[in-house]
Design a protein around this ligand. Structure first.
Ligand code: FAD
Length: 372
C-alpha cells in the first residue's frame, strides 16, 4: 500500500503509528507545510503553568519520527490540490502519487474582521509556530487582552496568570464557556478565575484595535477603552475544507466522512480537526485516538467502524478544574455544592444526559457510568 497522509499534527502522526503497527511494509508518506516536528498541542495553553518553553513542547523532531516509524516526511511542502483521476496530491514541490490518501490537515483559527490599524497584529495560536511568536511577544507584554471567553480563551487566561500578566477576557457571551456550561456553572467559573486575577469584559465585542504609544487601545462595543500590550484571539476554529471541496468531496462544517472514516471517494479519508463524523465535529484529542485506530484497521484490510465512547471534556484551568459532558438542548440542570466545588447534572426525561464537575473531580467516573 502506498499511503499518503496530509498533516503531521496529532491526527497525521497517530494514524501513521497505528498503520505501522499493523503493516510493517506499507509505504507511508506524510506531507506538511510546517517543519513536521511532533508536539502536544494541548500543552500550548498550559505551558507557562508547567514551566515549559516552546522548544520543550516538541516531543520528537520530524527526522526522528521518520526514522522511528519508517516514514517519509515531506516538510515545508504546501498541498495545493488533489487530482482524484490521477490519484495524485498536488504540492508546491510537485505531485505525490497515492493508493490511499488521508486528509489530516486540521483547522484554521477564525479571523473576525475588526477595524483599526492594530487589528492585523492580533495573535492567534493554533500551531507551535504561532505559539513561539506569541511567547516572543509575551516577553515584552504586561497587559494582555484575550478575545473569546471559550475553552481555549479561558485556558490561556489562567495560564497567563502563572507569568504574572494582567489578563482581560472579552466576548459577547454572558458568562465564560457559555456554549458548554449553563449559567450556574459558568458564573462559578467566572468567580474562581476572577479570584485568581482574571478580569472580564463580557457582553462586549471589540469594535476597534488601534496602535497606541505603548501597545494597543481597544474600543469595546459600549465605547469603553482598554489599553493593552498584546491581543490574543481565541474565537474559534474553521476546519480546512476548501481543497476537499475543490476536489469534489462532500463538505459541511468539516469534511464529511462515513463510519469507516472515508469521504465519498473510498480512496480518500479524513481525520482530526478537518473531519466531520456524521453530524459531529469533534476537535479534540480523544476522538482522534479512537478514529485513528479504527481507520488504521480499515486501511490495512479490516474494515472497522469508528465508534466513540463517552468522552468528557477536561478544561485546563487549574484555578477551577472543569470536567464536563455537554447536555443537549432542553435538558434541566441541577447543582449540588461539594468540597468547595460544584457538581451539576443535566436530566432529560429523568435520564442523566450531561454533567459538569467544577473543582474536585473524584466523581467523574461514577458520573460517566450514570450516563452510560
Ligand atoms: P493540526 O494539529 O492542526 O495539524 C494539521 C497539520 O496539517 C499540520 O501539520 C499542518 O501543517 C498541516 N497542513 C494544513 N494545511 C496544509 C496544506 N495545505 N498543505 C500541507 N500541510 C498542511 N484537545 C483536547 O482534547 N484537550 C485539550 O486540552 C486541548 N487543548 C488545546 C489547546 C489549544 C491551545 C489548542 C489550539 C487546541 C487544543 N485541543 C485540545 C485540540 C487538539 O489539540 C486538536 O483537536 C488536535 O491537536 C488537532 O490535530 P490535527 O492533527 O487534526 O490538526
Amino acid at each position: 500500500m502506498n499511503l499518503v497522509i496530509i498533516g503531521t499534527g496529532m491526527a497525521g502522526y497517530t494514524l501513521a503509528r497505528e498503520v505501522r503497527k499493523k503493516d510493517p511494509l506499507a509505504r507511508i508518506t506524510l506531507i506538511t507545510r510546517d517543519n513536521g516536528d511532533s508536539y502536544s498541542k494541548p500543552m500550548l495553553s498550559n505551558a507557562l503553568a508547567v514551566g515549559k518553553s516552546p522548544e520543550q513542547l516538541i516531543l520528537s523532531p520530524a527526522a526522528k519520527m521518520a526514522a522511528q516509524y519508517d516514514l517519509q516526511v515531506l516538510v515545508q511542502t504546501q498541498v495545493t490540490g488533489i487530482d482524484r483521476d490521477r490519484q495524485q496530491v498536488l504540492t508546491d514541490q510537485g505531485p505525490v502519487d497515492y493508493d490511499q490518501l488521508v486528509l489530516a490537515w486540521g483547522a484554521e483559527q477564525l479571523h473576525l474582521p475588526t477595524a483599526g490599524d492594530g487589528a492585523d497584529q492580533v495573535v492567534r495560536v493554533n500551531q507551535i509556530h504561532d505559539y513561539q511568536l506569541f511567547r516572543e511577544r509575551l516577553a515584552k507584554a504586561d497587559r494582555v487582552a484575550i478575545i473569546g471567553p471559550g475553552l481555549i480563551g479561558c485556558e490561556f487566561a489562567n495560564d497567563l496568570l502563572h507569568a504574572d500578566k494582567q489578563v482581560t477576557v472579552i466576548g459577547p457571551d454572558p458568562w465564560p464557556l457559555a456554549s458548554l456550561l449553563p449559567e450556574t456553572a459558568g458564573r462559578f467559573v467566572e468567580q474562581k478565575l476572577t479570584a485568581a486575577g482574571v478580569q472580564w469584559q463580557l457582553g462586549q465585542t471589540v469594535a476597534r484595535i488601534d496602535q497606541a504609544k505603548a501597545g494597543f487601545t481597544l474600543t469595546l462595543s459600549d465605547d469603553q477603552h482598554l489599553e493593552v500590550d498584546l491581543v490574543l484571539s481565541a474565537v474559534g476554529l474553521r476546519p480546512n475544507v476548501d481543497l476537499a471541496s475543490a476536489a469534489g468531496l462532500t463538505v459541511s462544517r468539516g469534511i464529511v466522512v462515513n463510519p469507516l472514516g472515508q469521504t465519498d471517494d473510498p480512496r480518500i479519508s479524513a481525520l482530526g480537526d478537518c473531519a466531520q463524523y456524521g453530524e459531529r465535529w469533534l476537535p479534540y484529542i480523544m476522538p482522534i485516538m479512537h478514529a485513528a485506530r479504527a481507520l488504521a484497521a480499515t486501511l490495512t484490510g479490516t474494515p472497522t467502524d469508528i465508534v466513540f465512547p463517552l468522552m468528557p471534556v477536561a478544561v485546563k484551568t487549574p484555578a477551577v478544574p472543569i470536567s464536563l459532558v455537554p447536555a443537549p438542548p432542553g435538558a434541566r440542570w441541577s447543582f449540588i455544592e461539594q468540597d468547595e466545588g460544584l457538581v451539576g447534572r443535566a436530566k432529560l426525561d429523568e435520564r442523566t444526559v450531561g454533567f459538569v464537575l467544577l473543582g474536585p473531580q473524584t466523581l467523574r467516573q461514577s458520573l460517566v457510568k450514570e450516563l452510560s
